[in-house]
Each structure stands twice: as structure tokens, then as C-alpha cells.
Design a protein around this ligand. Structure first.
Ligand SMILES: Nc1ncnc2c1ncn2[C@@H]1O[C@H](COP(=O)(O)OP(=O)(O)OP(=O)(O)O)[C@@H](O)[C@H]1O
Length: 252
């Protein structure tokens, strides 16, 4: 995959595979492209070259955006802005995945009540989303994810605004989704969250040593796959960004 913004190349030859039935963490310094990567994998953001494929689905750069069926049946998101409709109540927000998957194992009012119970929001069906705190909204988004039970879950810093108890809840529900067979891809800055994942994908962007004459950050362990891309930022002093990707087994 290649991805470029107007004056910045994030990567020009990034390639990786992510296993299903497991949690994979995307790590990297601020600005290295974690959110952009999740958006590209989730087909929310166009990319310039390459292909994103999961299961029987394959999407090539330049083709028109994902089919509605793929969004409906395959992809699930847990993003920082929660993706809830603020002017609706909790029930109406949670009915969206239930309508999408009638008769699914999670279908029905009972499943909604169970999901709300699981995230500690029992009896909140009539609450308007805009009246809930950020953490509560995140938990409703989590309940919605459980009801949808997608085969690809993309979670962008899903715990960054949460206290420890709620962060634990998010991680245990994402782990459940993985146990049920989902591919779960999580971006985070947290070592603790990363340690709970099965695999890691590391994005590394740094100034060029040659251009600046100063050493860049050293990698602590060699990646199994390295892809490099030349980058110019704002047309100013040229520098080189290296995007390294590695999917490694963390042994847990
Ligand atoms: N729509 C956009 N237009 C131009 N540049 C963008 C756009 N979105 C992101 N970028 C740039 O792409 C780079 C990667 O951004 P991204 O948000 O993906 O990084 P990140 O690793 O998720 O950062 P953080 O850890 O700070 O959230 C940044 O330099 C950012 O400024």
C-alpha cells in the first residue's frame, strides 16, 4: 500500500498480513500514521496504490469506496469519536446493528440488554447520547460493537480517554471478539495495552540521518519486514521517513 497526503508521503510500499482470531497492535510515535493506517484498512480513507483484502473481499486503490455490504457485514469500528448519533437515544443507536443482522446470535432486545449489562450501562436505553459522559459513550459504542460482532474490528486508541476499569473492559471485550474469530487491530501508545495483544505492527517514522547528520532513534529489535519510503514534508528541507512494519509474535 502507498499513502500520500498533499505534501507528505506516509509510506510508499507497506505490506503486511494480520491474522484473524487474534489481537494485533499498531504502534509507532505520534504522526507515524497509525490512525491513517486504520482508516485505510477500514476503507474510510483512500490510499494511493495497493490492495486491502480480508476474507473474500479485496479493494484496490482508486476503486470506488467499499461496498455497503462490506461496511454492513464485515467492518466494525471503535474510534475515539465513538461514531454514535448524539441526537438519538442509546436504544436507537444499538438498534442499528440489530437491524443489520436480524436473527443473528446477538439479535433482539434481550441481546441489547445483555450487551448494556456487560458494559455496565444496564437500563440506559432511553438516555440521549449527548447527555452521557465520554467514557459512557465509549461503553455504548462497545455495546454496539458486541451486537454487530464484525469479523474485522478496528480500534483507534480505544482506551486513551478511559480509566483503568473501563480500559480493562474494552480490552476484555476486544479479546472476546478475537476469541470468536475476529481480526482485531488496535492502535495505542500504551505499553500495557500493547502487552495484551498477540501480535504487533510497528510504524517508525524518523528524520534522515544523512540530511540532518544526527542519529535517529534506534530500533530495539529488528523487524521481520522493512519497507522504506522517501518523504518530503511541506516541500521544505527534504528528509527521509522510513516506515518499518513487522508483525511479530509476542508469545502470548
Ligand atoms: N487529512 C490529512 N491531510 C494531511 N495530512 C494528514 C491528514 N491526516 C493525517 N495527516 C498527517 O499524516 C501523519 C500521520 O497522521 P496520523 O494521525 O495517522 O498519525 P498517528 O500515528 O495516528 O498520530 P497520533 O499518535 O498522534 O494520533 C501526520 O503527520 C498527519 O499530520
Amino acid at each position: 500500500m502507498a499513502k500520500r497526503f498533499a505534501n507528505k508521503t506516509l509510506w510508499s510500499d507497506l505490506s503486511f498480513e494480520i491474522p484473524s482470531a487474534a489481537m494485533t497492535v499498531v504502534r509507532g510515535p505520534s504522526g507515524s500514521g497509525k490512525t491513517t493506517l486504520l482508516n485505510c484498512v477500514g476503507l474510510l480513507e483512500p490510499f494511493d496504490r495497493g490492495t486491502v483484502a480480508f476474507g473474500g473481499w479485496s479493494f484496490t486503490a482508486g476503486s470506488r469506496s467499499a461496498s455497503r455490504r462490506c461496511f454492513r457485514d464485515v467492518l466494525g469500528f471503535l474510534f475515539q469519536n465513538y461514531g454514535l448519533v448524539e441526537s438519538w437515544n442509546v436504544r436507537r443507536n444499538l438498534q442499528v446493528p440489530l437491524r443489520i443482522r436480524p436473527g443473528s446470535r446477538n439479535g433482539g432486545r434481550h441481546a441489547m440488554a445483555e450487551a448494556l449489562e456487560r458494559v455496565g450501562m444496564r437500563g440506559s436505553e432511553k438516555e440521549m447520547i449527548y447527555t452521557l459522559s465520554g467514557g459512557e459513550q465509549q461503553r455504548i459504542a462497545l455495546a454496539r460493537l458486541m451486537l454487530k460482532s464484525p469479523s474485522v474490528v478496528l480500534a483507534d486508541e480505544p482506551t486513551s480517554a478511559l480509566d483503568k476499569a473501563n480500559a480493562d473492559l474494552v480490552m476484555s471485550i476486544l479479546a472476546e471478539e478475537a476469541r470468536h474469530g475476529a481480526l482485531v487491530l488496535i492502535s495505542t501508545h500504551s505499553d500495557e495495552i500493547a502487552a495484551r495483544c498477540d501480535h504487533a505492527l510497528t510504524l517508525d517514522a524518523r528524520p534522515s540521518n544523512e540530511e540532518r547528520g544526527t542519529p535517529g532513534p534506534q530500533r530495539t529489535e529488528p523487524p521481520t519486514t522493512v519497507r522504506r519510503s522517501d518523504a518530503e514534508v511541506d516541500g521544505r528541507a527534504p528528509w527521509t521517513a522510513s516506515i518499518a512494519s513487522t508483525v511479530r509474535d509476542q508469545g502470548n
